[in-house]
Structures are given as C-alpha cells and as structure tokens.
Ligand binder design. Sequence first.
Ligand code: MIG
Length: 743
Amino acid sequence: MEAGTEFVPSDFTRLSRSPRPVFKRKVYDDIFQGRLSLALAQVEGVKVYRFSVLPKGESAMPSTHALAPGSDIAFDVLEGDARLGLAKVLSGCTFQQSLRARFEFSFPLAKTALCLGLGERYSSLNLRGARHTLCSTDNPNHDESSDSLYKAIPFSIFLDDGLASACFLDSAAPQIYDLDSELDGQVRIELLSARGFSFYYFDKAPLSQIVAAFTALTGRSELPPLWALGHQQSRWSYPDAETVRDLAREFRRRRIPCDTLVLDIDYMDDYRVFTSDKGRFPDFKGLIEELARDNFRMVTIVDPGVKLDKDYKIYQEGLKLDLFCRDAKGEVFVDRVWPGRSVFPDFQMEATRKWWAEKLQFYYDNGVSGIWNDMNEPAFFDTRFIPVSSFDELPETGEQPFLQRDDTDGEPTTVGHLEVRNLYGSMMCEATYNAALAARPGERPFVLTRSAFAGIQRHAAVWLGDNKSWWEHLRKSLPMLLNVGLSGVPFAGVDIGGFGETCSPEMLLRWYEVGIFFPFFRNHCWLKGRAQEPFAYGAAVEEKARRLIELRYSLLPYISGLFHEHRQTGAPLMRPLLYHYPQDAMALNCHDQFMFGADILVAPVMERAQTHRYVYLPEAGSQWTALADDKTYEGGRSHYLEMPLGTCPAFVREGAILPFADAMQSTGEYEQAAITFKVYGQQGSAVFFEDDGKSFDYKEGGFAQWQLAYSDGFLSRLMGGHYKTSRRYFLQKPDGSKIPVQL
Ligand code: MIG
C-alpha cells in the first residue's frame, strides 16, 4: 500500500456480492469486517485493478515482496462512481470473507476459455477442469494426483477468443483455485488467511501484454551471467575432489561443452551449511581455482536447515541473534533434514537475511560462482502438513507448526508459518542474491531455487524439482515450463535425463534434444542407479549428445537476445504456440511443441521407440526451415516427419535471421567465437543484441544492439550501445555462401 491510502467500505463488494457462491456445498456467512480499497493503474497498456483487503485487527498490509521495488506504477484510489467500472468488468464476480481465516472469490469462465499460469503445475498447458492448490510443498512424486508442488505463484490467466485477462492474488498464504472442476462455468478462488492481501485484476489484452504488465508489477530478470546459460553437469553427489577433477577432465578430453559442475549436499562437513568436508575436499578453494583455469565454474547447493549442534558456530550465532523460527511455546523449532536435527532461519526477518548473506561469503571467498537453494519450501523429514485443501480455514496462529516474525514494516509481527510459507524460498533467494552482489559487485549473480513465490525472477532461476526418468515426465516438462514462463519466470528448466529412476540412452538423447532449448540447461540425477552424464552411455550416444550440446552453445547469441527481450517485454523464452498465434485453433491446445522466442519452433519426440512425429507449423503461406538439415516445410499444416535419435527438433520461421556462434567448449571462449548471421528465406530481419555477458554495464550503454536486414544485400545498422568485440561476423546468404560482415 502506498502511504496515505485510506481503506473505506467499498460499494463494489456490496454491488457484486450476490449471488453468494456455494463452497463445498455449504453456505457461509459473510463475516467481513475491516477495510477495503479499490485502485486502478495502467500498466503496459493494461488496465490493472487492485482490490486491497485489510481485515479487522490487522494494522498494515503485509508485504509479500512480490512487487518490484522502485517500480513507479502509480495506482489511483477509486472512490464513489469510479468503482462501478470494476463492477462492470467483473460482472458476476463475488467476494466474501466466509470464516475468520478464509476468503473466497468467484467469477464466471467463458465456455471456450483456457486457463494458464499458476506457476509450477503438474498439468498439461490448459489448467482448466481441476483444482490447483498453491502451498509450497516438497512432493517428489509427480503424478496426476499431485497438486501442490514446490512453487506457489498466484497468477492465473484466462485466454478466450484471442484475448487474455488475469488475476494476481498477492498473498503468501495457501490458495486454492478451482478452475471449473464442477463443469458449472465458475472459477472459485479460496484464500486461507486472516491477514490483508491485494487482489489484482488485469483487464482484457493480448497475452503478451498481460505478461508484460504482470512482470512490470513483479519485476523482470536481469541478464543472467552468460556462463549460467551453458551446459551444467550435476549429480547427487560428486563426493570428493578426485571425482570432480575426473569429471572435468572427461568433459574436456571428450570435447563435450560444459561450463559448470555442481556440488550437491555431500561437499559439506556432515551437511553443515557454510562448510566443506576437509577429508573429501582437502583444498576446496584450490580445487575451484584449478577448475577455473580450465573454464569450469562451480555451483554449490545450500539448504536452509542449520544442524543443531552446540559446537557449530552457525548454530550458536543464529541462536544468540534469535534468528531461527520458534514454535508457539517460544521454543526454537526443530525438525530433521539432511544434517539430522536442524533449526530453520526465519527469512521473513531482514536481520536473518542479512546474517545469511554474510555467512554465504564463505562460498564466494572460496571461489564458488553460484548458489543452488534446495529444500526451501521448507521441506522437513518429520513434520507432515495436513493438506491445506482439507482445511476450512487457516488454523489459528498457535496451532501452526511454528511461527515467523515479519518485520517488513519495521517492528516484527508474529505470524503463523502458513501465512507466509509460500514466501520462504523467495526470501532465502533474496538474501542469496544480495550476498552475491555484495561479494562480487558488478557481477551478475546466479541463484537457482526449488521453491518460489511471484517475483522470484528478480533473484533466481528455477528448476522444477524431482522429476523422474519417465517419458511422461519428459512430456510434462513442456507444459509445466510454459506455465512457469507465463507466470513471470523466464529462467527455468527441469533436470535433463530425469532426477529419479534410471534414464535409458534413448531417453537421455530425447531429453537433450529438447533440453538444449530449456533456458536453464542442466543434467542432474539422484544418487541411485546408473551414471547419467552425456558420456556414460557409450560412444554412439556420446557423439549425438555432443552435437546437441554444441548446438546449444552455437545458439547462445540468440538465447542472450531472448533474455534481453525478456527485460524489455517480460516475455518468457519458452512460449506456448498460442503466445504468437492466438487465433490459430491448432496452436491453442498444443502442449507438445513450443516457441523458443518468436523465431524457433520446437517439436520434440517424447515417446519411446518413436522415430516420427506430427509437427504442426503455423501460418499458412509461410515456410519453416528445419534447423537440423535446412529442409523446408510449408506453414499452416501438420507434417509427419522422420526424427531419428539425436536430431534437433527445431524449425525456423521464414524471415528470421539467426546469429550462430562457432563451436566452443565453454563460454570462456565465447568472446573470441565468430558469429554467423543466417538468413531464413529470401529476405529477413532481426535485432541482434550482445554485451560482455558478465557485468551490469549493459544498463549504461555497455551493449551493442543492431538492426539487421537482408533482401538483396545485407544491411546492418547500430541502434544503440557502445560495446565492441574483436570477434568476426559473417553472413550466410540463402544460397549458402558465407561472406564477412563489417558491423
Ligand atoms: O531430499 O540434495 O530436488 O535435486 O539432488 C532430497 C539432494 C534433497 C532434492 C533436490 C535434488 C537434490 C536432492 N534434494
């Protein structure tokens, strides 16, 4: 809430309150007492209404940190007749507080509308016809019955007849979205909270504009460090320095490009965060330096749980400073995680975040490049949460597993953990991002997280947790990542090859075929079963995997450009076809293909023993070119195409000019790599963007942005920026000939 906003009883709610919705076949009384306010802003050309609710007894609106700080979006408080505008927009919408800690919204949903967004859902693209619970949960069993997963991003989008509208319910408490599961054409949203919240409604606009508005509100990702866009290799766990050295050696010896090696929990001394095991990693810093000389970066996992060990400095300090979560009796909350009995920092307090950021210097002092935050839902081994979908309302504060202290507005207010649970991971990432900035001023941080709330894109990349080496999980990774992207998070991926179970050679290759187009590109698996590195399956598989990973590296100029585009427009990198072709009925329900930026369509094989698939190419009258072999196909229809193992399942839009970098072993060689602009079709145009890939100089002109055009001759024009490289640039003409380009 901006200062000075008065909460007054709202005519709007009275206008729109009937007919009263029926939840769980029970009619509740509306017990609302408190203050409401309605405000309106124009955001990226979209009308955004904000309906703020402050229940009686609450003194201030809690901040969920979802909104980008410093964004200068000015909401005008609406009074009197101005409120009627929203009533019209939301005709049929109802709002009520039906119990002390339960709010409900409902509104009609057009018969033909698709439902999108809501962050990480185990679902095909269209979320309609089901109930979706948002309460961050460590559920490693992703199947049709799994509802809550690691992330909770309360941004829902409704697309109908080429236009979208959206809701953002800014509260970190559990929420349940019933998207017409009863087939009565209703959306019902339940919020289990006793605290204040804001409900934003984004009025009808094209989907891309809705995403632009949401990311203007909640922030966009800065450009990631280039190395983080390269190939990352991970496993639970590479247990000692020798294994890590061997791993690095294997990648370079076999010439499989790789930038980053990832250390899972076993690098630590008995799972104590901010330590490394002296026996298995006798010279942690030296090892990281040694790897850096060969252009490898190191990312280490960091879990929130602090080992309960009275001789452990971190435990002592946190206790003394009173930064750990406590239960209703005032005792420090203890549960088991990897270190055994552990305590949990209360990241809701600024003091805790600052302290955590200081402690993280351990990693930066040792030369670690990025931090991977896991278990931050937070996950526990012992405390089992009753599924919130079975609650009528949020339990009283004293009945919650533990409490947290929210000091966003200065003095800490005690709140039940569930009121802010969905924020725990995001708050940990905010601390981590700030730690990186402090340790390496001017360098772009890399933070990866499993749990996240709206706005996470400002601080971290995400991966979707514990998938399995199942074909169904390979298939589901597409719609899941697409909805994550529409929820504002561009830098996302899933474990390539699958985390749990055992990946076959065929599956690994199919996963890499599509994985080279995941913004976050990491092979990771659990401790059981066979090795899953791209060279672990014999020479034939290795050769095919190498080609695919090389292609990823050659696409880095294009991928960097997409992150730049995200900063400008909020667009995710992976987009459903309907993002660009909202009027195309075939595109609407397509969840086994996606657009990677506006120029590349990806249509992977995701079935065992399949060598062919139907590929739908939009836009009649246009022509698409297979990235793999330059064969062309007409748009506006499906093609039954042969896709042998190891193929690149991508098709380039006619009129595109793609920048390809020469092969490299890591992004350490990127600056020297030549770039070739390839024209698709007889003419084309593109904007080419580049910068140093490391610093924030691009914010002050340290970039080069070029307008490229080709019809008969090649045209290039500097549009802005003053970044220069010594690399060479080429143009590959439609006839295949290649000529040098002077930019
Ligand atoms: O309880 O750190 O999702 O990627 O390898 C399992 C061990 C804890 C879960 C993560 C996974 C990671 C694993 N972690």
